[in-house]
Design a protein around this ligand. Structure first.
Ligand SMILES: *Cc1c(COP(=O)(O)O)cnc(C)c1O
Length: 733
């Protein structure tokens, strides 16, 4: 425990006055709080979150909900005084004890299912991890999926270690300027506030790994983060041994050009395998979350050749047998391609050790092995080097088999060996504590970890009025949050007092509230509902049945068309007729996402089918009783049953995008006007929209367990990890 402060003068790390005089009991309390703050276990235990918040609610918010930063503002004496004032000492002791019990326990699930993995864990590689807003090493969906995956692995007790990069600045922070144009700000993360410590080998020495390139090595240090029972190892090139350029290599996520990208990918993939070896970890399975880390497989082949004397072909077959590869998008720009020059510069030394010619090496990343015009594709490498490849929803499976069918020219498209495991979300992270309390109270045997459909189906036992009241409370919190964030935006833009005062009237808790938050890629069609502003005006400002929208989302810094969509929404929101009914919240992150999915009535998703491989934000909305209104794409295509939300379109596309867009827009508006709005405002004598509440219950009962990451990780374990570890050639799907 790097933060431990011992009551021993000689050992005091900092000679700061306040610690010197601290009494043993005060130090004990301080150390317990720090220990809680150093395992992200705290972040999905809402009672522990509430303990931290209660210490100083305002600073908590200002410090991006970072408990280490908050505790560093307390001396042990002041902490003890505050804790006695609040009378929470027992609760802190209990939380600390519960965390230790959790860490020591082997959950039932793992004892039953994960035996084969035993001492040879799954090594899960991802270029980003979305764990909590205070740990900014993620950009969006892919990272949050990875975070939810490892949290569920921890919950279920699947033996798993995770590997990624530590970014000193993470992804950018978004601000809109006075013209509604997105500006990006990169902020240095204060490393001392991130719950990490140096990873050490069995002799206690800090680990540094070295990755060779044609122009010299890149070094990386290895940091360790504790995510419940899962160790997450993060590589960081900020080391003196490196050139200035390489020291900055891991500064930002998805920054730089393709040279930056390939260098990040060899550090994470190849360096990651070396780090595991230095740690003394021998994985039984390698799981590549997206193609970014597929170079890892080549390093494992090299190890087998060097240490076990295997030939390249034999080693390749063994590694493929152990490797699980998940592809996440049908959008072409989402797949990495590298030129032969970049490949030779960065993989040349490894290629020689593998005994391959340049052409043979390039063939590993090409659809058509010897087509000289094809660049090296990481997805192709992932497909070729894994025995178990999967897409992330049923429809995405179909699209993916079509997209990569040329890799298996002798097979019919349906026989292409790519299956699917639909994504899910980590229920303890995304369900509001108010909802948890409600379910715990009404459903015997329900806990936030439950994936038994029979238990979830008892959601119908909840009193409709109480479910509605809980939802209304969460919605009020969302509206407060939105107003506060808009006030902050306006203050930054030096708005007048008058303008600031008006923010109290933005949005109305009584009005049907629709949320739309996602990355502003054009295929997600954020402005679909805004093509006809007259019709929108009539809908939003209808006297009896008004509607309001909250938008959020970042565009990639290089995506001008995406930024124009944000600007358009911000301009529409400024028109007097819309200014109380449309809000854009800046800087979409996990905190904004949590408020939105917990507080809206409806979660809108209208991508151009079939480009949304899965989507997960709508699954988070389910857990909190919001209803999905979505194109039949990704997870929704297999989730929608006519009574658990709403569908846009009928699942067909026209050959011309413009016509598809027009039809989807018409369908969206007519479903809103004809189904969603009437149902929401159809209330009984107690003011309760009974049919709507029924839909909320249907949605929770049919979807919450199915689209949870516990179900997802349990599928990965049974369908992929166990066969891959067992060395059987059992077919995955
Ligand atoms: C859940 C989440 C996403 C992914 O949601 P999609 O439905 O895939 O768009 C992206 N960003 C944040 C901050 C999230 O919480």
């Amino acid at each position: 425990m790097s933060e431990e402060i011992k009551n021993n003068e000689a050992n005091l790390p900092v000679v700061s006055g306040p610690l010197r005089g601290a009494l043993p009991a005060q130090l004990d309390l301080y150390n317990k709080c720090m220990a809680l703050a150093h395992n992200l276990w705290w972040s999905w235990h809402t009672d522990v979150v509430n303990l931290f918040r209660s210490l100083d609610p305002i600073r908590w918010r200002q410090l991006a909900h970072n408990p280490i930063a908050l505790l560093k503002e307390f001396s042990p004496e002041r902490l003890e005084r505050r804790v006695s004032e609040l009378v929470i000492r027992t609760r802190i002791d209990q939380a600390y004890r519960r965390m230790n019990e959790y860490m020591a326990e082997r959950p039932l699930w793992s004892r039953q299912h994960a035996g084969v993995l035993g001492s040879r864990p799954v090594a899960y590689f991802s270029l980003e991890f979305g764990l909590h807003e205070s740990v900014p090493i993620y950009s969006g969906g892919l990272g949050i999926l990875a975070g939810d995956h490892i949290k569920s692995a921890s919950g279920l007790g699947v033996p798993l270690v995770a590997v990624g990069l530590f970014y000193d600045q993470g992804y950018f922070r978004q601000h809109l300027n006075a013209n509604g144009w997105q500006e990006e700000e990169y902020i240095d993360t204060k490393v001392e506030y991130v719950p990490m410590e140096p990873a050490v080998d069995k002799n206690g020495n800090k680990i540094t790994v070295k990755v060779e390139t044609r122009n010299g090595p890149i070094y990386a240090k290895v940091r360790k983060m504790q995510v419940g029972r899962v160790n997450l190892y993060l590589l960081d090139t900020d080391l003196e041994e490196n050139s200035q350029e390489d020291r900055e290599l891991t500064n930002t996520l998805y920054g730089g050009d393709s040279r930056t990208r390939i260098r990040q990918e060899i550090v994470c993939g190849i360096g990651g395998v070396k780090a595991l070896r230095a740690l003394g970890i021998t994985p039984g399975v390698f799981h590549l979350n997206e193609g970014h880390n597929a170079f890892a497989t080549l390093e494992v082949i090299r190890e087998k050749m060097e240490y076990d004397g295997k030939t390249f072909d034999v080693a390749l077959r063994e590694v493929a047998q152990q490797t699980v590869f998940t592809t996440h998008t049908p959008v072409e720009a989402g797949h990495d391609y590298f030129s032969p020059e970049l490949i030779e510069e960065h993989l040349g030394p490894l290629r020689e050790k593998l005994g391959l010619t340049q052409d043979q090496f390039m063939a590993l990343g090409r659809k058509h092995a010897y087509d000289q015009n094809e660049r090296f594709c990481m997805t192709v490498l992932g497909m070729k080097l894994s025995r178990y490849a999967n897409a992330v929803s049923s429809l995405h499976g179909k699209v993916t088999r079509h997209m990569w069918r040329e890799l298996w020219p002798q097979k019919e498209e349906e026989e292409v060996p790519i299956g699917h495991i639909t994504n899910g979300v980590h229920v303890p992270t995304w369900m509001a504590w108010q909802m948890r309390v409600l379910l715990e109270r009404h459903i015997p045997g329900w806990t936030v970890e439950t994936i038994d459909p029979n238990i979830w189906s008892q959601v119908y036992n909840i009193d409709p009025g109480e479910l509605w009241e809980t939802h209304e409370d969460l919605k009020a919190l969302l509206i407060d949050f939105t107003r506060r964030r808009i006030r902050r935006q306006l203050q930054r833009l030096k708005a007048s007092e008058e303008q600031l005062a008006e923010t109290d009237f933005i949005l109305d808790p009584k009005v049907l509230t629709i949320g739309f938050a996602r990355r502003f890629a054009t295929y997600k069609r954020a402005t679909l509902v805004m093509q006809d502003l007259e019709r929108l005006d009539k809908m939003l400002n209808n006297e009896d049945r008004p509607v309001q929208f909250i938008f959020a989302g970042k565009a990639h810094p290089a995506d001008e068309p995406g930024k124009r969509l944000i600007q358009y929404i911000s301009e529409v929101a400024k028109q007097p007729r819309f200014s109380k009914r449309i809000a854009f919240v800046e800087d979409y992150d996990m905190n904004v996402a949590r408020h939105l999915v917990q507080g809206v009535d409806v979660w809108l998703n209208n991508p151009r089918r079939p480009l949304e491989a899965s989507g997960t934000s709508g699954q988070k909305a389910v857990l909190n009783g919001a209803l999905n209104l979505s194109i039949l794409d990704g997870w929704w295509a297999e989730a929608y049953d006519g009574t658990n939300g709403f569908a846009i379109g009928n699942g067909n596309n026209h050959v011309y995008d413009a016509i598809t867009d027009e039809r989807d827009r018409e369908s969206l508006l007519s479903v809103l006007e004809g189904e969603v709005i009437p149902m929401y405002y159809n209330v009984d004598e107690h003011g309760l929209p009974q049919q709507w509440i029924r839909f909320m219950m249907n949605s929770i009962a049919t979807l919450a367990w199915r689209f949870s990451s516990h179900r997802m990780v349990s599928d990965y374990s049974q369908l992929a990890y166990l066969p891959a570890a067992g060395g059987t050639s059992a077919k995955m799907f």
